[in-house]
Structure formats: structure tokens, C-alpha cells
Write a protein that binds this ligand. Structure first.
Ligand code: BES
Ligand code: MN
Ligand code: ZN
Length: 510
């Protein structure tokens, strides 16, 4: 799909479809009023009759039957003007392009709903929404699917034209649309990796994908394999991996945007469990298939590194993905086993299903002790407990630095990947005290997301700033509905948060 930015008017644009955005509780104006005029006032009539309220998230589309040069029209409600924000522009654009695609359109146009917003930011959000909204994962559908199921899944848009009023806006909007495209495509890359089934996305296959991305985008790349991990003392990471026939991979991608700095810079870390069966502490069968997405944090990390390489901020960034498969087997680690992590701490295993924190323990230690990275963000589908606490609409943020947590909150309000800081009172740490080792890996059900975060925090080297993003709900790898630019399953969170954070760090605001 190609983006064009041109001067023009929706009512005069001839193509397959146009998207008209409408505010709630006010008469049509601007482009919407012009299109409505050509339609003989049908949209205004629908508003007057309360057949369409223009509430945010409501939308519909129809064929224009020769009334307009464009053959199809999508009308998208933006909600009330005083509540307009970037994420509404993002979602409106997604709903519009999806409606037109459903009607068979290939070439569509829209304007940026930038009312009250910064034009560049709104244009970027619009492009992000379009790219993400059009994402579908259907590489495993064959011709048999066409014969079996009645659906629109073959039609693809060829071009999206963003119309601006005058020449003074062209350059700003073109640059912003390009940024939005990069972010949207990175997000979709994360989705693709997460959607791949466990048999097609083992740790080594994930590493191969990351290597291809790194080679293409000029990033330094290496993999810490089983032998090298043993040499480094990564006993927690290796403990999780030992029950699987598929060897683990600690994937490292490095971007050197500030060669003058001797510091490694920002660290982005992702949990990369390519399938989480629970291990010997086996999960129940119902919903276990969702655990192919237990590498969603790792997918977002790889995808964010792609966008960072393309956007070229003036800062050093290292992405690390702790990739392993958690399986039961003759050689699997067991409840009662004691592992030694890279930082020397010993861990009693009381539940092999609390494996994410184990692979992250060594990744975080490697990042903060060996590579001396700070600040370090880790993203992980870590606990069912965070899904209970926050549901699917917000990521739980745990940090040793309140300012860092605040920054992530603010970024989330703009990217739509909403974050919420969770408490880390010392009392919660008691839950992971062990009778046999320094720590045990599961603190049980009460405050499960908090005790998980406390566990990871033990492996952060002194002085490093750290935040942990529990995305078990927000990454959308369970029951969820498609909504705007957010697809039904495996939505790519927190790819854009990671990228935004790095861009802000480069601007000295991080
Ligand atoms: N990958 C799961 C967490 C998860 C659950 C992610 C649901 C997405 C949806 C994680 O490895 C896990 O099994 N966590 C356990 C931890 C417990 C044993 C302390 C959990 O949440 O039950
Ligand atoms: Mn688990
Ligand atoms: Zn897991």
C-alpha cells in the first residue's frame, strides 16, 4: 500500500472511496459539508434525525451512486470536538479505510482530522492508524479458504491519498506520514511475529527474523546461544530452556545513534517465550494456544529496533530478546530445582510456569551489568494477575523510578498504548522469599503481577533505571475484540511506546 500526500478536496477527488470525519452535536462543516452537499444533504439529515450520532467509534459506508467523483464514502464519527485527541484521529482513519476496503475500494483518500491538534502529530497518527488498521494475518489461508468462507479477506488497498488544503502543509504532512508509516509497519511486524504459531516461530526462527531485520537496517547483531549463555552464567534462562528440543537464543540488536557517547544507552528488553506450555507445572488445555504469543514483548522489541534504525535518533539503543520455549520433557527443570542467575543469585523453582521472570532475570542482568545500559525497559506477557487487575486496555508499569513511570504514562496517552503505574511496596517482596535459595520464582496468586515485578527487579544492577511493562492483557493475546486500528489478536503493544521513549530520550526529555 502506497501513501500519497496531495493538495485537494474530498468532494472533488476521483478514486474508489473517500473518508469523511464528523464531529458530534454540531452541524457539518468544511470537507464534510461539501461532500454532504453533493449527496443532497443526506448525512446532515441522518444527523438531524439521530440516525447517526457521530459518536466516537461509530461509522458507516455506502456507494455514492454517481453523486460524487469518488465511488464510495465512509462517514466516521469523531465524537465531541472538545474531546478530540491523537488516538481518536488514529482510530477514525483505521475505521474509514477498513470500511472502504470492505466495499471493494483500492484507491482511497482522506483528510487529517487535526482540529485542535498539532498537524504533524495528527498526520502521523492518521498514517499509523491506516497502516495498523489494514493489518491482517492470513498467510496460512489457501485457496480452500476462499471456497469455504464468504469474506472480504482478499481485497487490499493499493493507495491512500492524504489531501491537504495548501502547499504550505505538504512538507510537514509528508514527513509526518512517513514517520507514521514507519511506526505502523514496525507495529505490524511485531504483530506478524506474535501471530506466527509456535511451530513456525521457535527461538532460532525468531532470531533469524531479528537477524534479517538487523542486516537490512544496519544494526549490530549477535545471538548468545546455549554454550555462550552457560559461559556467562545465565542459569535462570537456561533452566527454562532445558525442557525443549528447540534451543534458546538471547538475541541482541544494537543501534549506535550517538557514537560520541561511550555509554550503551537505552535498553529495550522483551520476553521471548515462543511457546509457554507451563512446563512441568503444565497449563490447562483451554486457551493454551494463546501461549504462542508469549513472545509478544520480544516481538515488540525487535519491531521497535527496526523503527529506531529507520528514524535514526541521536542516542544509543540496545534491544535484547530472551527467547526460549517452555516445555515439559525428560530434561525439563522441575519444581524444587535451584538455579543460579547471571548476577549470582540463587532461585528456588516453585512453579515452572513462572518462567518469564527467569529468562528476564538473566536478560536484565546482562543489560545492566554487562552492557551497563540505563534506562532499561522490559516488556513481558508476564502474569495472568495483571489481566485481572487492569484488563486488556492498560499495560501495568512497575519501576524503580517514578519519573520514568510518569514518562511512560504520558507516552501512552499519545500513542494509545495506555500505561498505568502499579505499586511496588517492599512488603510484596516477602512473597518470593525462599527457605532454600535467595528467592523463589512464584509468589502465588495475591498481587501476582507485583511479586513478579519484584522478582525481576532483583536482577537490575544498582544505579540503573528500570521499568517493567506487564503486557499480558494489553498485548491482546487472549479474548479480545477488534477495535479501530487494534486487531483482534496480538496487537503489537508496546512497539510504539518503546520507539517514542527512545525518540524522547534522544531529545533529552526521556
Ligand atoms: N505467559 C504467562 C502469563 C500470561 C497469562 C500471559 C495469560 C498472557 C495471558 C506466564 O508465563 C505465566 O504463566 N504466569 C503465571 C505466573 C504464576 C505461576 C506465578 C500466571 O500468571 O499464572
Ligand atoms: Mn508461564
Ligand atoms: Zn509465560
Amino acid at each position: 500500500m502506497q501513501f500519497d500526500v496531495e493538495i485537494g478536496t474530498l468532494s472533488q477527488w476521483s478514486g474508489d472511496g473517500i473518508i469523511v470525519t464528523v464531529f458530534q452535536d454540531e452541524p457539518l462543516s468544511g470537507a464534510a459539508a461539501q461532500v454532504d452537499h453533493a449527496l443532497g444533504g443526506e448525512i446532515q439529515r441522518a444527523l438531524d434525525n439521530k440516525e447517526f450520532s457521530a459518536r466516537y467509534t461509530l461509522h458507516f459506508a455506502f456507494y455514492s451512486m454517481g453523486t460524487l467523483p469518488a465511488a464510495r464514502v465512509a462517514v466516521v464519527g469523531l465524537g465531541k470536538r472538545d474531546k478530540h485527541k491523537l488516538d481518536r484521529a488514529r482510530r477514525a482513519a483505521a475505521d474509514g479505510v477498513k470500511d472502504l476496503r470492505k466495499l471493494g475500494a483500492k484507491r482511497v483518500a482522506l483528510t487529517v482530522p487535526a482540529e485542535g491538534l498539532d498537524l504533524a502529530k495528527a498526520a502521523q497518527a492518521t498514517a499509523e492508524g491506516i497502516v495498523m488498521g489494514l493489518f491482517r494475518f492470513q498467510k496460512y489461508f489457501t485457496a480452500a479458504a476462499d471456497a469455504l468462507w464468504e469474506d472480504d479477506f482478499r481485497n487490499e488497498l493499493e493507495s491512500v491519498t492524504i489531501l491537504v488544503n495548501d502547499a504550505s502543509q505538504l512538507e510537514t504532512v509528508r514527513a509526518a506520514v512517513e514517520r507514521g508509516r514507519i511506526l505502523g509497519e514496525a507495529n505490524n511486524f511485531a504483530r506478524t511475529l506474535a501471530n506466527e504459531p509456535g511451530n513456525k516461530m521457535t527461538p532460532l526462527l525468531l532470531a533469524e527474523q531479528a537477524r534479517a531485520m538487523a542486516d537490512k537496517n544496519g544494526l549490530e547483531f549477535y545471538v548468545i546461544d546455549r554454550d555462550k549463555a552457560a559461559e556467562l552464567g545465565m542459569g535462570a534462562f537456561l533452566g527454562v530452556a532445558q525442557g525443549s528440543q528447540n534451543p534458546p537464543a538471547m538475541i541482541v540488536m544494537r543501534y549506535w545513534g550517538d557514537p560520541s557517547s561511550k555509554e550503551g544507552g537505552v535498553g529495550l528488553i522483551g520476553k521471548g517465550i515462543t511457546f509457554d506450555s507451563g512446563g512441568i507445572s503444565l497449563k490447562p488445555a483451554d486457551g493454551m494456544e494463546n501461549m504462542k504469543g508469549d513472545m509478544s514483548g520480544g516481538a515488540a522489541t525487535i519491531a521497535a529496533m527496526q523503527a529506531i534504525a529507520q528514524l535514526k535518533p541521536h542516542v544509543n539503543v540496545t534491544g535484547i530478546v530472551a527467547a526460549a520455549e517452555n516445555m515439559p520433557g525428560g530434561n525439563a527443570f522441575k519444581p524444587g530445582d535451584i538455579l543460579r542467575a547471571m548476577n549470582g543469585m540463587t532461585i528456588e523453582i516453585n512453579n515452572t510456569d513462572a518462567e518469564g521472570r527467569l529468562v528476564l532475570a538473566d536478560a536484565v542482568a546482562y543489560a545492566t551489568k554487562e552492557l551497563k545500559l540505563s534506562p532499561v525497559l522490559d516488556a513481558a506477557t508476564l502474569t495472568g494477575a495483571i489481566v485481572v487487575a487492569l484488563g486488556i486496555y492498560r499495560t501495568g508499569v512497575f519501576s524503580n523510578d517514578d519519573e520514568l513511570a510518569d514518562t511512560l504514562y504520558e507516552i501512552g496517552e499519545r500513542t494509545g498504548e495506555k500505561n498505568w503505574q502499579m505499586p511496588m511496596d517492599e512488603e510484596y517482596l516477602l512473597a518470593i522469599r525462599s527457605d532454600w535459595a535467595d528467592l523463589k520464582n512464584s509468589g502465588g496468586r495475591p498481587g501476582g503481577a507485583i511479586t513478579g515485578a519484584w522478582f525481576i527487579r532483583q536482577f537490575v544492577e544498582k544505579g540503573a533505571k528500570w521499568a517493567h511493562l506487564d503486557i499480558a492483557g494489553a498485548a491482546g493475546i487472549g479474548e479480545a475484540k477488534e477495535r479501530g486500528y487494534i486487531n483482534k489478536w496480538g496487537n503489537g503493544t508496546p512497539t510504539r511506546t518503546f520507539v517514542e521513549f527512545v525518540l524522547q530520550s534522544a531529545n533529552g526529555k526521556g
